[in-house]
Design a protein around this ligand. Structure first.
Ligand SMILES: C[C@](O)(C(=O)O)[C@H](CC(=O)O)C(=O)O
Ligand SMILES: [Mg+2]
Length: 304
């Protein structure tokens, strides 16, 4: 039974593993999980961590990524993901769901949700996707207050507080570097260097800041899609693929729905689907039999 309904690794162990991987030579790769099932796949394939994207979560709710989701919604969604995996889970906390006091509460709620860390950004409310034009940021000292509040609320010293700066796209990369240094001084464990453009930008940031750095390899944005091994060689410590699984899934869903609409059957796309047996394997369906033989009652007559 152990490890079936929820993963066995404790939140404390996931957090210390995350800390260790951020200071190792190797880059920590965190694809976004749109649900617990995706998190299981991320673990099985061999990634080092899981990301919960604010953009993907809002989109799944049919909403734009402009800070409409609440702390309790994001916490409940990420807790379900954290429960399903032995990997550390990093969550997108947007601007902290309010003023500095709320950012502090956000940390405690996300610790209770079993997460390994969060990132807080220096945008104003309403925030927007970091790869869009027209975003605005708060003054450095306001973000420093946000971060200090978050850091002071932390009960597990291994819970990672990552500061995201959106300044590069507004005030330029030098201003973003100045902010990153101020955020590190305020106690941030890692800097999320949002919306840098080129390989050279990532190198410049790495040379200028001493603490771990996180790269955002989101598609259709401002950043060049740099392979993980290249980011690792530059000295980046973590990379997220935040909305990738949502985009892949939605691309396939749209194609499949159009086929059914036009052809009256899904027959021609069945070979692109995850099979029933693969799904059951991922769910570890068979092991539920050890728990209750009345549960495991399916048979497959042919390979599906
Ligand atoms: C990382 C991000 O904050 C997210 O919510 O996943 C987004 C990603 C995106 O919209 O592509 C971002 O602002 O970069
Ligand atoms: Mg976001």
């Amino acid at each position: 039974m152990s490890g079936l309904i929820s993963a066995t690794t404790s939140a404390a162990d996931k957090r210390s593993a995350f800390r260790a991987s951020l200071i190792s030579e190797k880059i920590t790769r965190l694809p976004g999980a749109i649900n617990p099932l995706t998190a299981k796949l991320i673990q099985e394939i061999g990634f080092e961590g899981v990301y919960v994207s604010g953009g993907a979560f809002s989109a799944a709710l049919g909403l734009p990524d402009i800070g409409l989701t609440t702390l309790t919604e994001v916490a409940a969604h990420s807790a379900q993901i954290a429960r399903s995996t032995d990997l550390p889970v990093l969550v997108d906390a947007d601007t902290g769901f309010g003023e500095p006091m709320s950012a502090a509460r956000t940390v405690t709620v996300f610790e209770d949700a079993g997460l390994a860390g969060l990132h807080l950004e220096d945008q104003v409310n309403p925030k927007r996707c970091g790869h869009l034009d027209g975003k605005a940021i708060v003054p450095t000292d306001e973000m420093v207050r946000r971060l200090r509040a978050a850091v002071s609320a932390r009960r597990d010293p291994n819970f990672v507080i990552c500061a995201r700066t959106d300044a590069a796209g507004i005030d330029g990369i030098d201003a973003a570097i100045d902010r990153a240094r101020a955020y590190a001084d305020a106690g941030a464990d890692m800097i999320f260097t949002e919306a840098l453009h080129t390989h050279a930008d990532f190198e410049k940031f790495r040379a200028a800041v001493d603490i771990p750095l996180l790269a955002n390899m989101t598609e259709f944005g401002k950043s060049q899609l740099i392979p993980a091994q290249v980011l690792e060689a530059i000295g980046y410590n973590a990379v997220i693929y935040p909305v990738t699984t949502l985009r892949l899934a939605m691309g396939a869903i749209e194609k499949g729905l159009r086929v059914i609409h036009e052809e009256g059957t899904q027959e021609t796309v069945v070979d692109q689907m995850q099979t029933r047996s693969r799904l059951y394997e991922l769910l570890d369906y068979e092991r539920y039999n050890e728990f209750d033989s009345g549960v495991f009652n399916f048979t497959l007559s042919r390979s599906q």
